[in-house]
Write a protein of this length. Structure first.
Length: 152
């Protein structure tokens, strides 16, 4: 199995667990004298099986990521950390641009006028540069995911 396939499977298992959570919540109580639409014990058994499967898969994915050389001196785990931080930084810069963009309609001279405290253009360029770095790194990671075999 390729790493990319394992990541898709992980996502599917996580969705299934979330669906089980929802189904369990919906069947946690019923009106006295009624029966639940689904048996909570059966749902819990399915949940536990899915949780065990997910844990095993995550361990294999993490093992693969930590052993796969992404670039000289960098593992796939390193690249994932860099990608996560790029996304975080891009989000902060984009949020700053949104917060600093002044749009106001003054109706009288007594209204308060706001001004930006940061250079919006320069900040937007930084956000765009971070977004580009993120996209490029993410594309390389996706390529590695489809070329890399999942560790045992």
């Amino acid at each position: 199995m390729k790493l990319a396939e394992a990541l898709i499977l992980r996502s599917d298992i996580q969705k299934r667990i979330e669906q089980l959570r929802h189904r369990l919540t919906n069947n946690a109580k019923v009106q006295e004298g009624d029966a639940p639409a689904e048996k909570p014990d059966a749902l819990l058994k399915e949940l536990e099986g899915s949780a065990v499967e997910l844990e095993k898969l995550i361990k294999r994915i993490n093992k693969t990521n930590s052993k796969t050389e992404f670039a000289k001196g960098r593992t796939l785990t390193d690249a994932l950390a860099e990608r996560d931080v790029l996304l975080l930084r891009k989000g902060v810069y984009s949020g700053l641009v949104n917060a600093a963009t002044v749009t106001q309609q003054l109706y009288s001279r007594s209204e308060i006028k706001f001004v930006a405290t940061v250079n919006v253009g320069r900040t937007q360029k930084q956000a765009d540069a971070l977004a580009k770095q993120y996209r490029e790194l993410d594309a390389k990671i996706q390529e590695f995911n489809w070329k890399t075999d999942l560790a045992g």
